[in-house]
Design a protein around this ligand. Structure first.
Ligand code: NAP
Length: 324
């Protein structure tokens, strides 16, 4: 089924002007060589996942000072795959604010979860090549980088004209860490809300930093959301999209104005869930600013499927998504 004309036209509408960004300053043929200067666990010790905040000094390279939150950089793990071919480049989201980890843009960071799995048929242990390469790196190790990559999942040029609602699951928090620090340090009075979803409390990434930021900035609301255990206030396990109902009073002012922007990053499944929940709770005049919905689809929100996105259910340019 093709998208109705009105939906296709809407996709072409301009969103807010976005930051101008630099792209592809280093390619696989001329990579930047950085030095690992930090590697810390960013979950609590009892988490079943291994997620590290890895800091890389890129001073003297073209990436230094220019890479923006929402962009990514490439890593080519050394060595070859089982067929003897060089490993492919993998992209990792920058987790740092524009000022970098060091205040001068010379140290950038990313958030890496070790991929540890079992092969379906052979039931042999499978270790993700790039994630384990990065997490194994020691202080002082050299690493080759490409990029920056990406120009669509960045902040608007004028953040003070907008309010921001961020939805992250797991390591999808990476770009939002940098964006939120940029927004709060810019002095813009924007309302900034982050709904962060993980399985258990021990899996919350950057939890203490985000809690401290929320304590210091009254315009920032941090809503951690646990999917496999009760919330600290005793309420039941939830997915991030359910916060649109449970925290409606907090989130609605940022969403129900012509300033609102929504950013979504993490697991692919969250995108549909958030769209459905927006369609259920937002008044029509506000919903239209975020989603163009085929009239037939409006009457069957509960049965929407992922394949309807960009067809019968199409986000406007006030929604930014990076989901895998
Ligand atoms: P994780 O720690 O396993 O957390 C994912 C959370 O999302 C869990 O609480 C999970 O709940 C929940 N969830 C599952 N299905 C959902 C749905 N349909 N709607 C809402 N929430 C749902 O996450 P992770 O392993 O770090 O994975 C994060 C994902 O983000 C990866 O796919 C990664 O590739 C992606 N990512 C993207 C970027 C980017 O685009 N730039 C950057 C970093 C990461 P249950 O497990 O309890 O069902």
């Amino acid at each position: 089924m093709t998208a109705p004309e009105s939906i296709a036209e809407h996709r072409k509408e301009d969103g807010p002007p976005l930051l101008d960004v630099s792209m592809h300053l280093h390619t696989p043929a001329s990579p930047a060589v950085g030095t690992v200067v930090g590697s810390e666990r960013c979950t609590r010790a009892k988490s079943h996942a291994f997620v590290r905040h890895i800091s890389i000094d890129v001073s003297g390279t073209s990436i230094a000072g220019v890479i923006r939150p929402g962009q990514s950089f490439g890593i080519i793990p050394p060595g070859t795959d089982e067929q003897g071919r060089p490993h492919k480049l993998r992209l990792y989201s920058i987790a740092s604010p524009t000022r970098g980890e060091d205040g001068a843009g010379n140290v950038i960071a990313t958030t890496v979860k070790r991929t540890i799995d079992e092969h379906w048929e052979s039931h042999r242990l499978f270790l993700g090549v790039a994630s384990n390469y990065l997490c194994d790196l020691q202080i002082g190790d050299k690493v080759s980088l490409t990029g920056p990559n990406g120009k669509r999942f960045v902040l608007p040029k004028d953040p003070s004209s907008h309010d921001f609602t961020f939805f992250a699951t797991g390591t999808g928090i990476a770009p939002f860490r940098g964006m939120i620090i940029d927004l709060l340090e810019s002095g813009a009075r924007s309302k900034v809300s982050l709904v962060m979803g993980v399985p258990n409390a021990n899996d919350l990434l950057y939890h203490d930093d985000l809690t401290n930021l929320a304590a210091r900035h009254p315009n920032f609301t941090y809503i951690p959301t646990l999917s496999r255990e009760h919330q600290p206030d005793g309420s039941p396990p939830a997915y991030v999209q359910q916060r649109l109902s449970t925290h409606r009073q907090i989130l609605e002012p940022g969403l129900c104005s012509d300033r609102g922007l929504i950013y979504i990053c993490g697991l692919a499944g969250m995108e549909l869930g958030i769209f459905q929940q927006l369609a259920r709770i937002l008044p029509p005049q506000h919903l239209d600013a975020y989603l163009k919905i085929d009239p037939e689809a409006r009457s069957c929100i509960d049965t929407w499927e992922r394949r309807m996105i960009h067809k019968q259910v199409s986000p406007t340019r006030r929604i930014f998504t990076e989901v895998y």
